[in-house]
Ligand binder design. Structure first.
Ligand SMILES: NC(=O)c1ccc[n+]([C@@H]2O[C@H](COP(=O)([O-])OP(=O)(O)OC[C@H]3O[C@@H](n4cnc5c(N)ncnc54)[C@H](O)[C@@H]3O)[C@@H](O)[C@H]2O)c1
Length: 323
């Protein structure tokens, strides 16, 4: 039997999750505080029950899993309550804004034998998987630095700053690629439009191995960029999510120390090529992964532990941003 799933939060992102879980699982309950959304979803998904009460999901003994796609400040409370009620949980990013909240949820999931998975979408992107393969396979040589660019003009948010809204994506990828937690995490930025909500944020991370990383996050920018660059000692690679076909480009460019220059570094450049990247929808892969975990296939808490490292780093970045 397919897992029975309930989704809370039917907004811009929630509707994509609903579409996928309707196709991949038994969509049983849909919850939103907006009556307009409840009405339109009840027409589109007549087999699911629609409710305003989140507790209806928790009280349904037949429901296996709860998907939380509500605004960020509600994530921890809703996800924690679902775990306490014995439901597997998929919670949109960031799953919490404080590390102690996330630690509590991981412990609760573990003691109740439940899946807890934060919605780090990019980790399921075939291009990010390719980056990881290139890094772990040693093709790039020693990784020196990684940086993310996530900029655009808009959407100007009023509740979450650019770090929370945009940075979680890049941060989850950077930690995944580097495979370490940073020993230093600094963020600088400014709230130009809405008081207390930083529109432009620059982050710096340093890892115990000496690798460094940077993130430029902004909704006040002339460029629409969704890019992650990894600089290795042998090759460099760029994942550009704005490209339709050439999502990943590998550059045979590197520093070079020829014997005859007696310790003076030079550079060399070679071929540039783009490996084929499968066209699969990352969100679909992410939902399939969650359902496999719910069905008992895989480590139910691996993603949550990675999510804890992301929340821990976010908390440090946020603290330095506002200090
Ligand atoms: N993974 C991704 O790429 C990605 C992309 C966009 C958004 N998101 C995440 O998805 C979440 C939702 O973002 P969005 O853009 O859809 O926001 P949104 O404001 O469009 O939707 C949120 C919905 O939640 C509902 N809601 C609020 N409190 C609720 C409650 N207590 N119970 C039930 N419903 C409640 C609201 O009425 C609204 O319909 C955010 O956490 C965001 O970070 C993830």
């Amino acid at each position: 039997m397919r897992p029975r799933v309930g989704v809370a939060g039917l907004g811009h992102w929630g509707r994509n999750l609903v579409r996928n879980f309707d196709e991949l699982a038994e969509l049983r309950l849909l919850c939103d505080v907006s009556s307009e959304l409840r009405e339109s979803f009840s027409v589109r998904y007549p087999n699911a029950r629609v409710t305003e009460r989140y507790d209806d999901l928790l009280e349904d003994p037949e429901l296996d899993a709860v998907v939380v796609a509500t605004p960020v400040p509600t994530h921890y409370d809703l996800a924690r309550r679902a775990l306490a009620a014995g439901k597997h949980v998929f919670v949109e990013k960031p799953p919490a804004v404080r590390a102690d909240e996330m630690e509590e949820m991981v412990a609760l999931a573990e003691s109740n034998g439940l899946v807890l998975m934060p919605g780090h979408l990019l980790l399921y992107h075939p291009a990010v998987r390719k980056l990881k393969e290139l890094v772990d396979g040693g093709e790039l040589g020693e990784v020196l630095c990684v940086y993310g660019n996530r900029q655009n003009l808009g959407i100007i948010r009023k509740e979450e700053n650019a770090l929370l809204s945009l940075g979680v994506h890049d941060l989850s990828v950077i930690l995944y690629l580097v495979g370490e937690e940073p020993s230093e995490a600094w963020a600088h930025g400014n709230a130009f439009l809405n008081p207390g909500v930083e529109d432009v944020v620059f982050c710096y991370l340093r890892f115990p191995s000496g690798k460094i990383a940077h993130m430029h996050l902004s909704w006040l920018d002339p460029h629409k960029m969704r890019k992650i660059t990894v600089v290795g000692k042998e090759k460099m690679v760029v994942f550009d999510d704005m490209e339709l076909e050439r999502k990943v480009t590998v550059y045979e460019k590197a520093p070079w120390l020829p014997a005859e220059t007696y310790g003076e570094w030079q550079t060399r450049t070679g071929d540039i090529f783009s490996p084929k990247i499968p066209n699969d929808e990352p969100l679909r892969l992410e939902c399939q992964h969650f359902l496999r975990l719910v069905e008992g296939d895989g480590d139910p808490l691996a993603a949550a532990r990675d999510g804890l490292a992301v929340v821990r780093t976010l908390e440090q970045l946020q603290a330095s941003l506002t200090s």
